[in-house]
Write a protein that binds this ligand. Sequence first.
Ligand SMILES: Cc1cc2nc3c(=O)[nH]c(=O)nc-3n(C[C@H](O)[C@H](O)[C@H](O)COP(=O)(O)OP(=O)(O)OC[C@H]3O[C@@H](n4cnc5c(N)ncnc54)[C@H](O)[C@@H]3O)c2cc1C
Ligand SMILES: CSCCC(=O)C(=O)O
Length: 346
Amino acid sequence: MSLNKVNSKTDILIIGCGCIGLSTGIVLLKTGKYNVQIWSRDLPPNTTSNKAAALWYPFLCNPPDLVGKWSAETMQYFKDHIIGDPKSGTLIKKVNEIFRREHKEDPEWRPYVQSFRRARKDELPEGYVDGFAVDDGFVMDTDMYMDYLVQTFKSLGGSIEQREVEDIREAFVHYDTVINCTGLGSRELFKDKLIYPSRGQIIVIKNSSERSIMDEEDHIAYVIPRISNTVLGGTNQEHDYNTEPTKQDTEEILKRVAMISPRFAKNRIEIQDVKVGLRPSRHEIRLENEFFEGGSKLVVHNYGHGGSGFTVSWGCALEALRVMEAGIPNLLFYKKQQQPKPQSKL
Ligand SMILES: Cc1cc2nc3c(=O)[nH]c(=O)nc-3n(C[C@H](O)[C@H](O)[C@H](O)COP(=O)(O)OP(=O)(O)OC[C@H]3O[C@@H](n4cnc5c(N)ncnc54)[C@H](O)[C@@H]3O)c2cc1C
Ligand SMILES: CSCCC(=O)C(=O)O
């Protein structure tokens, strides 16, 4: 008994074409063992992923220990495979998180990130007394990076079909193994009411800055310099489904950003764009196997990355591969169990 195979490779379906689905698909294809197809309702640039800032920094994502591990693995993957490629739209950029009050505790991800250090006094704007620093963080021009992921996925033999899945059984007609990378879509597709939107608004401006700086202490304020522009943020409105930018949020972001980086005082900013995305928030990332149809169908869940999808993407993709390969023997066992018993000759 074997799984669906073509040219001795096992067919895998990924549902979702955001940064999680594409990273997971690339990791699977690089093994040389799988044919991978993506079905997705929205394609880049019309995904939440495309609305991200984006930089490497664990934020609004749990569980802390695994997020630390996956963030560090993602940083290493970027250094090994991505940062050097100019088509990727990525840059190494120091990031500082700053605090108005002394912050005795290091972040929970500190044990996994060797380059972590405390901010120097000269890195703290007026009114800030403490901070974190990661000198080898990275930022990405999000649309450019998403296009890079699509091209990489396709160049490795992956195929993408724009298709909404309303019932997971549609996928089971053609596939024994499905990887669920639907982000917020899992709320409907798998009836997971633990996943909910956290609305984030960002402003894209012409200015640039030499480092990423953020204050998440009482509210969110960040400046993220990229290759072709700089992103100012942000907001975090839980259970808010409004995907339209609001003038009020834009004004609020500009006011907060002026406090962490006075050079961005409102009257010197040329706004290029304002974007809104709904972070797929959950008490923790769901990355596990779920068997269906008496164990003969396997879904690997990889969703709920909140404000850190890019930051943990490659660590989670490698984990999804490991979890899937750990589940396939069970799948074969259950499929064998369901084979009709040979009729006795007597
Ligand atoms: C303003 C903002 C700033 C952010 N900045 C950062 C940052 O700096 N760093 C960082 O790491 N993260 C950041 N994030 C978080 C990051 O954007 C998310 O964690 C990440 O995009 C989640 O990726 P995903 O692939 O799971 O989700 P999505 O990008 O939402 O992809 C889900 C995919 O599944 C598809 N889908 C859903 N349901 C179905 C269905 N039923 N059938 C078919 N297809 C379906 C969708 O069409 C989509 O293609 C930010 C988010 C926001 C909103
Ligand atoms: C404050 S971390 C960078 C921005 C981000 O991750 C978000 O807004 O979700």
